[in-house]
Design a protein around this ligand. Structure first.
Ligand SMILES: *[C@@H]1O[C@H](CO)[C@@H](O)[C@H](O)[C@H]1NC(C)=O
Ligand SMILES: *[C@@H]1O[C@H](CO)[C@@H](O)[C@H](O)[C@H]1NC(C)=O
Ligand SMILES: *[C@@H]1O[C@H](CO)[C@@H](O)[C@H](O)[C@H]1NC(C)=O
Ligand SMILES: *[C@@H]1O[C@H](CO)[C@@H](O)[C@H](O)[C@H]1NC(C)=O
Ligand SMILES: *[C@@H]1O[C@H](CO)[C@@H](O)[C@H](O)[C@H]1NC(C)=O
Length: 892
């Protein structure tokens, strides 16, 4: 009895410890009892304790403030301790000296929400962010400061940078948001991946890096600073890793902990490209390896990617969605099975945390050519220091890094069969409080309290499917013509080709260039006789150009600093040559961003004339920035009525460069809303005056997707792709908070002759959910796995359970498949196996139908035993539906 009691106690203690830590966090101060953050070689030391931390990257302006609480709560539920974000200088200081901390840029509100959820905050101030964000986060006015050179030892740049970084730090101090003030901020970053470009700046690069480091720590923020990808970071700054894998990374000093600032758990996408994704198994493997090999803080880039609203997408030509294949999708919904699988992983790491922080370094055990174990165990000394416990605790990771073969290894007397590219965690809580049994004795397997987490196997699948409700969309449209070329008083004429950004100051994507050339009879007959066309040649161009001759579109080209050769048809006499240069997200990565510019470089000429080329480089060009509709703000809910809209009846032939407007009612319910622009060409959209973003219907290449993606082996951004032959982005997120119940105004600007009648609206929700969970069975222990891992850690003796959950506001409406026994297949392809309990469907239906979530015990006690001596599992596929009254209320 005594033996059993003490055993259970010991089994549970790691969990109790975790709970206590969180408790300490919630009760005190405004958000926390003020605490200090320092670090040693092993970890960040938070309030005197080393911590193993899971951090979730969420960029606040890529969501709405109304979405923030849910995103933070879902991150926490998924196992995050920390929320990480960049700051976005061009959002916070759109005009020099005029700051914006409102709406999606309300970083104080965001930080306070993180604190109120009991999470820590890691702010990467930059101010260079990269982030696939317009101009890497730099305000466009920065390039106009006389003598400025970005990110080098340049006085004007340093002055502006210091002013901004100080502004952010002072703001956070004034709002008491740092840990020592009882706030959530535990960590800051200065610069960003500067090591990648430092050598481009010669000796001035290093001077700048040192200046940035010194400047940052001099601001009195009182928490540690990091520099990522900065192997030469000074002693007082932690250099950190950004990559797909960071287990092999070591900081540049033995006094610094191993921190992974960007775990690239997905990748971004460009217009006209396939969508990258990264298998959860490989992400989990990478994270497990990181903690196995001494890592201490891992940040998901991104945990929630969100949306590049307005014109915030980076360049070249990045799409409006920043979904990133993140655990929370663009709409904030759980991406399954990724979210759940990683949640299980976090729980396993947390279970090991007491042992991981207790050891200064692991014991390394080579188990095979590509198999190894790392064992972390506390001695009474360091446990006493960090954990206030005096019991022996131990955690081990066993890895098989072989990409192809499983391996069976012997570890402390027990055999483990490891799938390729996998890690097993063992939490080893030593049983007796007495000194009889200590780590190092030959342990019998039954004396282990062991939790195994195997990464090659996923037993829980969810399928996200779309619920469309396009019939509720309005079919009544208004239109407004956008003039081609010069449209207003602000046009001007200048000799030569001006640089795009020098003229637009990025107030618009669009810059019109107009010139006029004279063509003689001789040229016309020369072309006719030789059956040739003249061409307009542009030496170098980005991101997109449309070439018009005498009001007709001759052609368009997309690219980054590529040569354009466009055949044109000219007439005798004067011809108007009109070039429309379009930016599609300013360059966000690289050295010398201020010099990169946009639009045209080099010369522009007309070739193939009888008397030789006509040099247009030095011609008189008339310039007009932007669209008339943009400057009249015809998308604004108030000015839109007076702009001169006319009816656009069905069947009207659309003309290029048109604005369209309609009113629509919001779909019923609370599910996220999206518009489908796949019937359109290229343009931008606004809802109730909010800038949704750019849309473009470029189609991804037909090849290079592959039916499945093998998670084994090193990942890279081209390895796993989907959406081949499809429009890169069809759906555009319209945040619920932008919508009213009735009469929402949608305004779009369309560059091509596509009609708006086929635009549709839909809500997004998880419609089909699946799960498969095995009954408990030991041995062999290492084959035991389940989806709700953490729930059972403290309940080793309890029956495993399956948890099914629909999105908020939805209930399980039907069970499409249920089998307790040996079901075959996977989600949407389940079938009954040889062993099947006849009551499976009725048991599951009874437990689940009509509920938002339900739990079912996986045991013979629940289903009866359909076949003895067989390890059984339960597979279920269910449908989630919104409440019946909401599914029909969408139209009016
Ligand atoms: C171009 O600008 C000039 C000078 O401001 C103005 O007189 C002219 O009307 C403008 N052109 C158009 C088409 O608005
Ligand atoms: C842009 O304008 C600046 C300041 O007037 C000038 O120094 C620079 O050369 C211009 N850039 C280009 C590419 O013309
Ligand atoms: C066109 O004019 C520019 C500017 O004067 C000059 O640099 C270039 O050489 C000329 N190109 C040709 C083909 O004559
Ligand atoms: C539009 O006008 C109404 C009434 O004048 C005003 O209350 C509202 O704030 C305006 N909205 C915007 C976006 O300017
Ligand atoms: C189901 O699995 C059994 C073995 O468990 C196998 O014999 C059978 O062919 C499978 N059925 C299907 C439809 O895959």
């Amino acid at each position: 009895m005594v033996e059993a009691m003490s055993r259970r106690k010991t089994l549970n203690f790691p969990l109790i410890l975790t709970v206590l830590t969180i408790h300490f966090v919630i009760v005190a101060g405004e958000y926390f009892k003020p605490f200090n953050v320092t670090y040693d070689n092993r970890a960040l030391i938070i309030g005197g304790k080393r911590r193993m931390l899971i951090s979730a990257g969420i960029h606040y302006p890529r969501a709405t403030p109304e979405m923030w609480p849910t995103l933070i709560a879902r991150s926490k539920e998924g196992g995050a301790d920390v929320i990480e974000t960049y700051t976005f200088w061009n959002g916070h200081e759109p005009t020099r000296g005029q700051y914006n901390f409102e709406g999606r840029y309300d970083i104080v509100k965001f930080a306070k929400l993180v604190g109120s959820h009991g999470l820590f905050l890691f702010i990467r101030i930059g101010p260079y962010a990269c982030a696939e964000w317009n101009f890497g986060g730099f305000p466009i006015w920065l390039r106009d400061i006389p003598g400025i050179e970005f990110r080098t030892d340049n006085a004007p740049f340093k002055e502006e940078m210091e002013r901004y970084v100080k502004k952010i730090v002072d703001l956070m101090i004034s709002e008491s948001l740092f840990s020592w003030q009882g706030g959530p901020i535990i960590l800051l970053q200065i610069e960003n991946e500067y090591g990648n470009v430092e050598s481009s700046f010669g000796p001035k690069g290093k001077l700048y890096m040192k200046w940035a480091a010194e400047m940052a720590v001099g601001l009195g923020a009182g928490v540690p600073w990091v520099m990522c990808r900065q192997t030469d970071a000074p002693e007082y700054i932690i250099d950190t890793c950004n990559a797909y894998y960071c287990d092999g990374f070591t900081p540049n000093s033995e006094k610094k902990p191993k921190i992974w600032t960007e775990n690239w758990n997905g990748w971004f996408a460009d217009w006209g490209e396939r969508l990258p994704y990264r298998p959860s198994e490989d992400i989990a493997f990478a994270i497990a390896r990181f903690f196995q090999r001494g890592g201490s803080l891992q940040n998901y880039y991104m945990y929630f990617g969100g949306t590049n609203f307005g014109r915030t997408a980076g360049g070249p030509t990045q799409i409006t969605s920043y979904d990133y294949d993140a655990p929370l999708d663009e709409y904030g919904l759980l991406r399954q099975p990724k979210w759940g699988h990683l949640k299980d992983l976090h729980a396993a790491i947390k279970l090991c945390e007491p042992a991981l922080v207790a050891a200064d370094s692991p014991q390394y055990i080579k188990l095979g050519p590509k198999q190894e174990a790392h064992v972390y165990r506390g001695t009474s000394n360091n446990i006493g220091q960090y954990m206030s416990l005096n019991e022996g605790i131990c955690a081990a990771f066993i890895a098989n890094i072989d990409e192809h073969e499983s391996a069976t290894v012997k570890f402390y007397g027990q055999e483990f069969t490891l799938p390729p590219w996998s890690v097993v965690f063992c939490q080893i809580a030593e049983i007796q409080l007495s000194t009889q049994l200590r780590w190092g004795h030959k342990l019998q397997s039954k004396q282990w309290a062991q939790i195994l987490f195997q990464l090659g196997i996923i037993l829980c699948f969810y399928k996200l499917s779309l619920k469309a409700s396009s019939e509720s969309f309005s079919q009544s449209w208004m239109t407004l013509k956008e003039p081609l070329g010069v449209w207003g008083d602000k046009n001007f004429t200048s000799k030569g080709i001006l640089e795009h950004l020098n003229v637009t100051k990025d107030q618009s994507d669009y810059l019109w260039y107009l010139t006029r050339i004279y063509i003689s009879d001789d040229d016309i007959s020369f072309w006719e006789e030789n059956d040739v066309s003249p061409t307009i040649d542009i030496d170098s161009m980005r991101d997109f150009v449309r070439i018009f001759v005498n009001g007709q579109l001759a052609g368009s080209v997309k690219g980054k600093w590529i040569k354009v050769v466009q055949p044109v048809k000219l007439v005798q006499g004067y011809n108007d040559i009109l070039l429309l240069s379009e930016t599609v997200g300013l360059q966000n990565y690289g050295a010398f961003l201020e010099k990169d510019g946009a639009g045209f470089k080099g010369q522009i000429k007309l070739t193939g004339c009888k008397s030789g080329d006509i040099n247009l480089t030095t011609s008189l060009w008339t310039y007009q920035v932007g669209l008339r509709g943009e400057f009249l703000e015809v998308y604004d809910v108030n000015s839109t009525e007076s702009a001169g809209w006319t009816e656009f009846p069905t069947g009207t032939t659309p003309s290029v460069f048109s604005w369209y407007k309609t009113k629509f009612d919001a779909p019923g319910g609370t599910d996220p809303v999206a518009l489908d622009f796949s019937s359109m060409g290229k343009g931008q959209a606004w809802v109730n005056g909010h800038h949704v973003g750019r849309y473009w219907t470029l189609v991804a290449p037909n090849n290079g997707c592959g039916r499945t993606c093998d998670y084994r082996g090193a990942y890279h951004s081209d390895k796993c792709r989907t959406n081949c032959g499809e429009i890169t982005q069809a759906w555009y997120h319209i945040p619920r908070s932008w919508l009213k119940t009735l009469n929402n105004v949608l305004v779009i600007f369309e560059e091509t002759d596509k009609t708006p009648f086929d635009i549709s609206i839909s809500t997004r929700s998880t419609e089909t959910i699946c799960a498969q969970v095995s009954e408990k069975h030991y041995p062999p222990l290492h084959k035991w796995s389940h989806s709700e891992f953490d729930r059972k850690l403290s309940l080793m003796d309890k029956t495993p359970e399956m948890h099914l959950q629909c999105d908020e506001g939805h209930t399980i409406s039907s069970i499409e498949f249920a089998s307790y026994g040996s079901p075959n297949g996977s989600c949407q392809k389940f079938s009954q196996g040889k062993c099947h309990a006849a009551n499976s469907l009725s048991v599951v239906s009874q437990a689940c139908i009509g509920r938002t979530s339900c739990s079912i015990g996986i045991s013979n006690g629940v289903f009866g035993d359909p076949c003895r001596h067989v390890v059984k599992s339960l597979a279920v596929q269910a449908k989630c539906s919104p409440p019946p009254d909401l599914s029909t209320s969408a139209s009016s």
